[in-house]
Design a protein around this ligand. Structure first.
Ligand code: PLP
Length: 331
């Protein structure tokens, strides 16, 4: 994983937005390791971070940092919230607003409002629930910003402007990574980039550097005579006498079967295809003519947009499935 690329991506989104970014580090930093990501983004200038749950907030082990807890607040989360004095829930329902005011009177919170995604958030008619709360940031979230020119996005912008007009002077945040690419009218006071920081390409205009470069180790190299097959289901047949490397990576390493036709191993200048199905904990690569030995580490060509083409997979999934079985090595 490349520290410089993570920092460069953070700077790209902040400069594009022109306002301070609150990086989303939920789902264990999109699979890269939230604590390690936070440490590096602090150096790049980030101050506040967004996690999903109070459990994630606690797991981060940084009570010294301002956090936004996107799933909101329920009374059972009070012990966690008490231990994290700088964390703020993004309150999304009337009941959550009441519960927060009761548990932590006078303590700052954020508010999530619905502008058309219909996931989390208060309706315009429910904004009275925020009366008496100390609001830090008013949030809403874009549903379709990754599709350039989708009419939902400007409609949500208009709804957010209208809704936030009811809370004059409040600090506002709307855009995720893709939303930032729509231009500065989407920036407001803060933006919340996630996927783009980690090398996902959220929008055609995004200029994002690759951060994650997974590698796997060669367990065995074997000769496969012409006509023989490789792996489960015998779906790959050697068209000539071939050499195949068996690698120690599979489903539990974030490589689902749908990647069979897309995933490549990068070796020198060459891109080597898989031979047959990805199986539970292993996969085979056609290394005919290449210099590969048992014990070698081989790097996957982990081009996230390319891996999603025709596979039905999301870049988000490919990142968050990077499991703890990898050594997370930052260079
Ligand atoms: C996850 C999340 C983000 C980050 O979205 P990306 O598409 O990963 O940039 C921003 N805001 C909210 C509310 C989120 O849940």
């Amino acid at each position: 994983m490349e520290e410089a690329a993570l920092a460069a991506n953070f700077r790209w989104f902040e400069e594009r937005a022109g306002v301070p970014a609150i990086p989303a580090v939920k789902a264990d930093g999109y699979g890269l390791g939230a604590a390690q990501v936070v440490e590096r983004l602090l150096k790049a200038g980030a101050r506040t971070f967004a996690v999903s749950s109070w459990w994630e907030a606690q797991a981060l082990g940084r009570p010294d940092l301002p956090l936004v807890v996107l799933h909101g607040f329920t009374p059972d989360c009070a012990p966690a919230a008490a231990a994290l004095p700088l964390a703020r829930p993004a309150l999304a329902t009337v009941a959550q607003c009441r519960a927060w005011a009761e548990a932590f009177p006078g303590r700052e919170a954020d508010l999530m409002v619905n502008t058309g995604m219909n996931r989390l958030g208060l309706e315009a008619s429910e904004l009275g629930a925020a009366d008496g709360l100390r609001l830090a940031v008013l949030h809403s979230h874009l549903a379709c910003a990754d599709e350039p020119a989708h009419p939902h996005t400007p409609a949500q912008l208009a709804a957010f402007r209208a809704l936030s007009g009811a809370l004059p002077g409040v600090t506002r945040a709307l855009a995720n990574s893709a939303g930032i690419c729509w231009g500065r009218e989407y920036s407001f006071d803060h933006v919340r980039p996630g996927i783009g920081l980690y090398g996902g390409v959220p929008h055609p205009d995004a200029r994002v550097a690759q951060v994650v470069r997974p590698e796997a180790r060669v367990l065995q190299v074997r000769d496969v005579p012409e006509g023989q097959t490789v792996g489960y289901g015998a779906v790959w047949t050697a068209r000539r006498d071939s050499r195949v490397a068996i690698l120690n990576a599979g489903y539990a390493d974030g490589l689902p079967r749908q990647l069979m036709q897309r995933l490549r191993v990068r070796l020198g200048g060459a891109l080597l295809p898989l031979a047959g199905r990805i199986s539970m904990d292993m996969l085979a690569v056609d290394v005919t003519g290449a210099d590969v030995a048992e014990g070698d580490w081989l790097a996957f060509d982990f081009d996230l947009p390319a891996l999603t083409e025709g596979t039905g997979l999301a870049q988000y999934e490919l990142l968050v499935w990077m499991s703890r079985r990898y050594d997370r090595i930052w260079v």
